[in-house]
Write a protein that binds this ligand. Structure first.
Ligand code: OXD
Length: 314
């Protein structure tokens, strides 16, 4: 039985070392090693070459090494009969919660404006609403959205969330379905997107959605925060909305094309905060431990945590 690290764009050495420590009697293969395809039972993937998994005849499980699984489901030759698992890692969740809180606080407390004033050596105060009067709406209430919502609630924000289906109870009000989305957007000052990328959510962060956010209240124009996936957003619409005042600002960790082109006007927009898709980074220590539990569960016939519903796309 062997494990394959089907990983591109990351340094696999720490992953291999960590997994070897967890499975001292097994061979941990990586792309480019001369492995026997029939010996691979578990594939641990991050942006694997499409078609590769279909060539592993004895594959028992496919694991994403990140929270998102769109990189796996985009493979047209993904084997139909092999379960796909995603990572639910407290370390990833904590990082994402930190990033979302950082961005909400930055826009609420006008950090981009004060940074511009600092560069101009300008000492000027601007009024700021109390957190309880700032309405944060979270689209996507998986592990990441729920955790961010709880932390923002603890900071005193007026938090609501939206999910597609009805299930689940949170520490804050939850809307669901298309009508619920409309309702939540209409009362949202700061929109946080933590949605997965699916055919249904592609391009959902667009001009028509921005127009439905709350405008004209005491917060002023709304703010967009997206650390879900770049494919959720229409960047031309974000720029237009920033330029015509439909949006007051944005924090973006993900982009339609990554890395973001050096010529994108988003870099230079005064109220846009850009991070290079690192709001939550998979660390081998915690993620390998989580995935090894999934592998052990598959091997012993248990139901591992994190099974992906391929129809829903997450
Ligand atoms: C993830 C990511 O899916 O980092 O975890 O994008």
């Amino acid at each position: 039985m062997s494990i394959l690290l089907a990983v591109t764009s990351w340094d696999i050495a720490p992953w291999r070392a960590r997994l070897q420590g967890l499975y001292p009697n097994e061979t941990i293969h990586a792309l480019g090693d001369g492995y026997d395809p029939a010996a691979i039972h578990h594939a641990l993937c991050w942006k694997h070459p499409h078609g590769l998994l279909a060539e592993l005849p004895n594959l028992k499980s496919i694991h994403s090494l990140g929270a998102g699984v769109d990189h796996l489901l985009a493979d047209p030759a993904l084997p139909d009969d092999v379960p796909v698992f995603r990572v639910i890692d407290p370390n990833l969740t904590a990082q994402m919660t930190e990033w979302v809180c950082l961005q909400v606080l930055a826009h609420h407390r006008k950090l981009p404006l004060y940074q511009r004033q600092q560069r101009a050596h300008e000492w000027r105060h601007h009024d700021c609403l109390p957190a309880a009067k700032v309405r944060v709406g979270i689209m996507g209430l998986g592990e990441l959205g729920q955790s961010a919502g709880r932390a923002l609630t603890a900071l005193g924000y007026d938090v609501t969330g939206w999910r597609r289906g009805k299930a689940g109870v949170e520490h804050f009000s939850v809307f669901h379905g298309p009508d619920g989305l409309k309702e939540m957007l209409g009362r949202t000052n700061i929109l946080v997107s933590l949605l997965p990328l699916t055919p249904e959510t592609k391009g959902i962060l667009n001009a028509s959605l921005f127009a439905q956010l709350e405008h004209g209240g005491s917060f002023g124009a709304p703010v967009l925060i997206n650390s879900g996936r770049g494919g959720l957003q229409v960047e031309a619409d974000i720029l237009a909305a920033l330029n015509n005042g439909t949006l007051a600002g944005a924090s973006l960790d993900v982009f339609e094309q990554e890395p973001l082109s050096a010529s994108s006007p988003l870099w230079d927009h005064g109220n846009v905060i850009i991070t290079p898709h690192n709001s939550a980074v998979s660390h081998p220590d915690s993620v390998a431990a989580f995935v090894s539990q999934q592998i052990d569960d598959v091997r012993t016939g248990q139901k591992p945590w994190g099974l992906v519903n391929r129809k829903l796309g997450y």
